[in-house]
Design a protein around this ligand. Structure first.
Ligand SMILES: [Zn+2]
Length: 840
């Protein structure tokens, strides 16, 4: 079913997907809109916490109707979100969501910025968020974004005055934005940034409110609106054939990993902006009222404005190239501006417009999408002018290597030039810059300050086309790309990247040893170039052994893989650490794995991460062997239980019947199964009967809204939104003698150490007396929450409901989570021993 959905998603948006990967080719209407934007010198920065927080209606309206330069500053890249379309989580999900945001901006006309903050998961309030993010660094990044982007107006998605009412990341984004508004123009704030940018004072700060923030439409209708601006964003754009809301919906639908497909509407739409700082405009429908957004705001800008306003009014949709002589004049004047910000920004914009008016197509295509340092790559360079404008290609600058050309580009005469791209031996492999070094839970580490805030790593290689347009020198830079023809998709582009000569990957990220028996671990080595020869050894923690010590590799062709099997012997006692394959080639050692992300809706991504896997020697006992698993929204429980020696069989709802279940000792229900699997509502009685006959049933968390069943459990149980987000929150044993805490593994405080992201979520807050609550825990400043682990005897078996986040702990190899889960599966499987133990 998931596949069908995915197919539909991709199929429906196919025209946009192709656009997202190909270089943009402006049509006559788009050129005109770009000229209008060239003549609007106002800008807006929209601030939120996650990819998908942004109001695409407002961004599209500001960009397409007002023509303002509009950017979305997302604090994070959304690593903590879900992935509905594939297996990537965490860093790799953050990479996909970064590209989804860029895709969204490609559609709504905005730009995209980030901070170094990492989306570490849910947080209840900004205090918690700002203690995990490095508050100063994130504030510094927001200040840097303001100083570099230089917005006249900032709009916060969230309210900075209501901590605790939404995700802590949300409130934090607004709080930091309010602070940064006051700091960006202060010399004393983050002075080191002034090496790369200059001070800036935005004029106005708004909060993008709605009735929702007031609790109800009724309360909102009654509220004092003196400080509110009302903007009708329901514009229809004849040049696009779309309403603003339709553009916004297309943009929103870029968030495919989040399942945010959206359908647009037509007609009036109102957005409300509450003024937080600056003066309230007289015209309460125009956020730029009183701000000069013409060329007059720039010293030396007036004559440029005079030329460009005429270009705009004289623009010929049938012959855009008629605008070129005047555009070139304006370009020359822009080069003379003292103001670096406007000079850089408007030079880039006007060059694109001139090229588009001339139908000038410039491209540099490599014969591969991946090359290694110290290599040379054949390039095919294409240049064509499709106008009568006088254009000559004087020279090419290929990665700092200048080649003279002096070619006249005559109307519609395609020029193809063959050349070579030399990759120096010192060139760094291409990877998302924020993942180059290991960060902390709350922050990415970025060592190069110039990269901070950029949406993605600059291209690995570029070709500069040095042109004479109407005898005026104009340089246009194009990234080197790779393209190929796919029999089904047609022309497919991939970014050109640099990869290491060799990389290695251990498929399992966590390897659990529940006994001292050795395991055989395959290591996959991949060549980044032809003829790779060397050997591989494995770095491992003390007390562990690996055989053989080293194995040779010999790979003939680039892209081929060789699999080596190493035997890992764990120590006798509980222990954990990391193993890393080390590939020795000549004098170099390579320790990275290469992850490739290939979806049709984003450009092909190459990510280098440290190649490491956690090895865990667990001291764990278990009873019962055969587990049936019912899939929910997706977790790694089956794989994890297999690692500790269980036989796990995933059964589909239609196979849930007494006979099938009789083969199992326990049934485990995947996370949110009762929210996502419709058919389970007919199967509850069968499952409860299984428990009655002596089976164990373990149900993991579900959310309390949209439950598909009335009876989650054989006894009364009601879910709440209670959650404990502090993964270090103290855990109290309410029933220390209960078998769940004693058999077959003695659970102690140590088992709650090293948990990750959170303790648990959506705990029940009411339950029948038949249930025994086992644990109590709570976040700072809250009342104890006792519903994280509830057990009830039903007939001869046990029903257990748990909101504990096993689905987060298992993939991280948290040993206490495995031991507690083994007890849940084992309960009642050896009644005699348990009773004896309890009597003691
Ligand atoms: Zn959010």
């Amino acid at each position: 079913m998931r596949k069908t959905l995915l197919y539909l998603l991709i199929f429906c948006y196919a025209p946009l997907l192709i656009q997202a990967q190909q270089p943009k080719k402006l049509n006559a209407s788009e050129i005109y809109e770009s000229i209008q934007k060239l003549n609007f010198l106002g800008s807006v920065l929209y601030v939120g916490a996650h990819p998908d927080d942004e109001n695409t209606r407002l961004i599209s309206y500001l960009s397409n109707e007002i023509k303002a330069r509009t950017a979305y500053l997302s604090m994070t890249r959304g690593d903590g979100g879900q992935n509905l379309i594939g297996p990537e989580i965490r860093e790799l999900l953050g990479v996909i969501r970064t590209e989804e945001l860029l895709g969204a901006r490609h559609i709504d006309g905005g730009e995209q910025l980030f901070t170094r903050a990492n989306d570490f998961g849910y947080s209840k309030n900004p205090d918690e968020t700002l203690s995990i993010w490095d508050k100063d660094k994130v504030l510094s990044d927001v200040v840097l974004a303001i100083r570099k982007f230089k917005p006249d107006v900032i709009i916060n998605r969230f309210d900075h005055r209501t901590p605790g009412t939404t995700h802590g990341h949300h409130t934090s984004s607004a709080m930091l934005s309010v602070k940064a508004f006051d700091l960006a123009n202060k010399q004393s704030a983050f002075p080191e940034q002034l090496n790369q940018t200059s001070l800036w004072q935005p004029q106005r700060l708004f909060f993008n409110t709605s009735w929702w923030f007031y609790g109800s439409q009724e309360k909102f209708d009654k509220a004092d609106k003196t400080n509110l601006m009302t903007i009708n964003t329901g514009t229809y754009f004849p040049s696009k054939g779309l309403s603003n809301s339709e553009i916004a919906a297309l943009s929103r639908s870029s968030h495919k990993t989040q399942g945010f497909g959206s359908t647009g509407s037509r007609g009036e739409e109102t957005e409300y902006l509450e003024l937080l700082k600056g003066d309230l405009p007289t015209d309460k429908s125009n956020i730029f009222d009183g701000i000069d957004t013409s060329w007059n705001r720039v010293k030396g800008g007036k004559p440029i404005g005079n030329i460009l306003n005429k270009v705009e009014s004289d623009y010929d949709f049938n012959n855009p190239s008629a605008s070129i002589p005047e555009l070139v004049k304006a370009y020359q004047l822009i080069q003379k501006l003292d103001d670096e910000h406007w000079r850089t920004l408007k030079s880039k914009a006007i060059k694109n417009i001139i090229a588009a008016c001339a139908g000038l197509y410039l491209e540099a295509v490599a014969n591969t999408n991946q090359a290694t340092p110290n290599s040379s790559v054949p390039l095919t360079i294409e240049a064509i002018n499709r106008s009568n404008t006088n254009i000559a290609l004087e020279s090419l600058n290929i990665n700092n290597h200048l080649v003279s050309k002096h070619i006249t580009l005559k109307n519609n005469q395609d020029k193809t030039i063959k050349d070579t791209l030399l990759i120096s031996k010192n060139q760094e492999p291409t990877t998302p810059y924020w993942l180059m070094h290991k960060g902390t839970l709350g922050m990415y580490r970025v060592d190069n300050p110039v990269l901070i805030g950029l949406p993605e790593t600059p291209p690995a290689a570029a070709v500069e086309f040095n042109l004479l347009i109407d005898n005026v020198p104009v340089t246009i830079s194009k990234p080197v790309v790779y393209k190929t023809n796919d029999p089904v998709k047609g022309e497919v582009y991939k970014p050109f990247v640099i990869i290491p000569e060799v990389s290695a990957k251990v498929a399992e990220k966590v390897i659990i040893f529940n006994t001292d028996e050795q395991k055989e671990i395959p290591v996959i080595v991949k060549a980044g170039k032809d003829k790779v020869e060397g050997y591989v050894s494995i770095a491992h923690p003390k007390g562990w052994s690996v055989y053989p010590e080293k194995q040779t590799i010999s790979i003939v062709h680039k892209g081929e893989e060789q699999t080596l099997v190493f035997t890992i012997i764990p120590p006798k006692n509980e222990n954990e650490g990391l193993i890393t394959p080390m590939i020795h080639i000549g004098d170099s050692i390579y320790t990275k794995e290469l992850d490739e992300i290939d979806y049709d809706h984003i450009p092909f991504q190459t990510v280098l991460l440290p190649s490491e896997s956690k090895v865990v020697r667990l001291d764990i006992q278990k009873k019962g062997d055969n587990i049936a698993y019912i899939e929910g929204a997706g977790d790694v429980v089956p794989e994890s239980l297999k690692q500790i020696g269980y036989n796990v069989v995933t059964i589909s709802p239609k196979d849930i019947n007494a006979e099938t279940l009789s083969r199992f000792d326990a049934v485990v229900v995947g996370v949110r199964a009762y929210n996502t699997v419709e058919d389970l509502k007919y199967k509850q009685q069968v499952l409860f009967d299984f428990v009655k006959q002596g089976g164990n049933m373990i149900v993991q968390y579900n959310t309390n809204s949209r439950l598909k069943v009335d009876d989650l459990a054989p006894y009364d149980l009601s879910l709440s939104r209670d959650r404990v987000t502090d993964e270090h929150a103290e855990v109290t044993f309410l029933n220390p003698n209960n078998p769940l805490l004693n058999y077959p593994n003695k659970i102690t405080q140590k088992d709650f150490e090293g948990w990750t992201q959170e303790r648990g979520l959506y705990f029940p807050d009411k339950w029948s007396d038949n249930f025994t609550p086992i644990l109590s825990m709570h976040d700072k400043g809250e009342t104890p929450k006792d519903g994280s682990l509830l057990v009830a005897k039903y007939g001869k078996g046990y029903y257990i409901y748990t909101g504990l986040s096993f689905f987060r702990e298992f993939p991280e190899g948290v040993s206490g989570a495995y031991r507690l889960f083994a007890n849940m599966l084992s309960i009642g499987k050896d009644n005699i021993k348990v009773t004896t133990k309890l009597k003691n």
